[in-house]
Write a new protein. Structure first.
Length: 651
């Protein structure tokens, strides 16, 4: 895209929302309201992996027809969690194929008797392909982990006096194929002198363990039969007024009224409107600022939507309240602007990963991670390499932590992965990501992929299409993908708004030669900027480090080597961040599990925290740096205070 156009897009983005590609069907986070109830189904589910040779015994014997315990032995499986590390059976850790989950539920009588209530089953994520039965009836299928899906099950539960008992059966297949996202291949090993008959392995092309199962909450919620299906909010600033543009979609009725009220954090009404779309103007609005950038960060308004629909026998109301942060995002040739001010990403890459729960959502871990992010002075992270749980983004909205929201476009390493079916699927996944996350002020950019083989011609076309589609879905945010290709070879870079670069100098090559980093990193930045004149983020850099290994002078894998490597990167980042480098994200926040290999010692150890969330030496180095940068980049200028330690050396 020509530069001028990119800038114009950045300024006009919020206004262009009306032209955004409309998506069918919403995916609002299920919140309680006077018209909506929730019933969480977290806890113990019955579980069985189908170890049969073709993995299809469950379908042949129709395990969904009767309680799972009647077709064979079951295990207790906690939800949310990955199933892999829970049992002592090594076969389950590596299992590839169908696993079966089941849960019996008693519904409140009103849900089954009151025909003006709509009952919805919502699954936060099921990695990677799921089929859902309710009371043995095939109800829902979904492809792709890390994103929610739901079904209206009212007509299955509102069928008579016995219907308050519900049996939910979910079959999940974790197999990755050339057309799934992420892609993978199944390889049959046919040399019978080495492998038993029918032996196969799942190959993946990414560096994290393919944890699977019901890794986020499963819940039931209700709405009235006429209901608020979706809300899309974009925001802008005009002089000292905030603008909140809203679009609301209603289902279940054509005869309705909508009232929209915007409340401030003290619950005072600041603007109101009616109808399915409109613009609210907030004079003297408080903006949503990233924390550390501003002394009053993360300000959230509440958009209260009230639907009144004319139904027989009488009117029906539905209420939904959406948190709204008023802020703008824009990109120039050398800057990333939030609310018109230059923003520097000093943050981390994460993974949803810890201990035996695998990628299972966990509140204590979530709060610990956010405390650590603030301890570190990190103002941003990338959701490498898949969308994180919705609760994570809600915390980012509330804390003022900026997010680059990445889809599971990781491991696009082989030429055969850039085919039409994969492209269609990738575009569909971006639709699901945008639909779910579009209203989070913390999300400032979409990332459509991590390290695709972007030197290939076919990848260039593929990335162009996915990026264009994402921009059409959401004209209000910049779009990127993360590359590790050479600047002269990359075929996708022309289409991004911000160049995101991963490099591992003195780690994956020139091992041990820390003295080369400054020269190589300078060349990297200068060649890319000369070619594209777009802002650049160092989206990954780091070194594998075993906590407790020490050596001076530094040797690879020691805490000293990680620190020294970071210091070398920081010299160049400090030179370039005053020009066109707009961010640095360490790889990685914490150690995480990978497949076994001779290059991984119980997983990837590039964390600055261990997998148990204890700091390595590099965490202290990074903390000092991030607070120093925070002090330099605050707006309006004032000294940032460490949020954890009163007597921090950086206050
Ligand atoms: C990068 C990948 C990331 C890896 C990291 C590493 O984007 O997923 O974990 O390298 O090798 O290339 O540690």
């Amino acid at each position: 895209m020509a530069r001028g156009l990119a800038v114009a897009w950045a300024v006009l983005g919020p206004l262009l929302w009306g032209c955004a590609l409309a998506l069918q069907g919403g995916m609002l986070y299920p919140r309680e309201s006077p018209s909506r109830e929730r019933k969480e189904l977290d806890g113990l589910w019955s579980f069985r992996a189908d170890f049969s040779d073709n993995r299809r015994r469950g379908f042949e014997e129709q395990w969904y027809r009767r309680p799972l315990r009647e077709s064979g032995p079951t295990l207790d499986m906690p939800v949310p969690s990955s199933f892999n590390d829970i049992s002592q059976d090594w076969r389950l850790r590596h299992f590839v194929g169908w696993v079966w989950y089941e849960r019996e539920v008693i519904l409140p009588e009103r849900w089954t008797q009151d025909l003006s209530t709509r009952v919805v089953l919502r699954i936060g994520s099921a990695h990677a392909y799921a089929i859902v039965w309710v009371n043995g009836v095939d109800t829902l299928e979904h492809e792709g982990g890390y994103l929610p899906f739901e079904a209206d099950i009212s007509n299955l539960v509102q069928v008579g006096p016995l219907s308050s008992q519900l049996r939910i059966t979910i079959a999940i297949n974790n197999t990755l194929t050339p057309t799934t996202l992420p892609p993978g291949t199944i390889q049959y090993l046919t040399d019978t002198s080495k492998y038993p008959k029918g032996y196969f392995v799942q190959n993946t092309y990414f560096d994290f363990f393919n944890y699977a199962g019901l890794q986020r909450s499963v819940l039931l919620y209700t709405t009235p039969t006429a209901y608020i299906d979706d809300i899309t909010v974009t925001t802008g600033v005009e002089h000292d007024s905030g603008l909140v543009n809203y679009q609301i979609s209603v289902k279940g009725s054509n005869l309705f009224e909508l009232e929209v009220r915007l409340l401030d954090a003290e619950n005072k009404l600041v603007a109101n409107g009616t109808g399915t779309q409109g613009q609210l103007k907030v004079p003297g609005a408080r903006l949503w600022w990233p924390y550390l950038m501003h002394e009053r960060p993360a300000y959230l308004y509440s958009l209260e939507v009230r639907l009144t629909a004319q139904m027989s026998p009488g009117p029906v109301s539905d209420f939904y309240t959406l948190p709204v942060g008023i802020r703008t995002v824009a990109v120039t040739e050398s800057q990333f602007l939030i609310n018109g001010k230059p923003f520097y990403f000093h943050g981390v890459n994460k993974h949803e990963d810890a201990d035996i729960r695998g990628k299972g959502f966990d509140w204590p871990l979530l709060v610990k991670d956010f405390n650590l992010l603030r301890w570190l002075g990190a103002n941003a992270f990338r959701t490498s390499h898949y969308p994180y749980a919705e609760e994570v983004l809600q915390m980012c909205d509330r804390y003022g932590i900026v997010v680059i929201d990445e889809c599971p476009g990781v491991g696009l390493a082989l030429p055969q992965f850039f085919n039409n079916m994969s492209l269609q699927n990738h575009m569909r996944v971006m639709e699901e990501v945008v639909r779910r996350d579009k209203n989070h002020p913390a999300v400032v950019m979409w990332s459509v992929a991590n390290e695709p083989a972007s030197h290939l011609e076919s990848a260039g076309y593929y990335l162009k299409m996915v990026i264009a589609h994402t921009k059409a879905l959401d004209p209000s945010r910049p779009v990127t993908f993360v590359t590790n290709s050479n600047y002269a070879a990359d075929k996708g870079a022309p289409y991004v708004d911000v160049i995101c670069l991963n490099s591992y100098y003195s780690w994956y090559h020139d091992y041990g030669h820390l003295e080369l980093i400054q020269q190589q990193l300078t060349t990297q930045f200068e060649s890319w900027y000369k070619t594209y004149q777009k802002p650049i983020i160092q989206s990954e850099y780091g070194a594998e480090t075993i906590v407790g290994f020490h050596q001076d002078p530094p040797l690879m894998f020691t805490e000293e080597y990680q620190k020294s490597l970071l210091e070398q990167y920081h010299v160049v980042l400090d030179q370039k961040r005053r020009k066109y480098v707009v961010g640095e994200l360490i790889w990685n926040f914490a150690d995480f599990m990978t497949e076994q290999s001779p290059t991984r010692v119980l997983g990837n150890k590039k964390g600055v925290f261990t997998r148990q969330r204890q700091p390595k030496s590099a965490a202290f180095l990074l903390r000092e740096r991030y607070w120093k940068i925070a002090n330099e980049t605050r707006y309006p200028y004032s000294i940032a205070k460490s949020q954890c330690l009163e007597n921090s050396p950086f206050t």
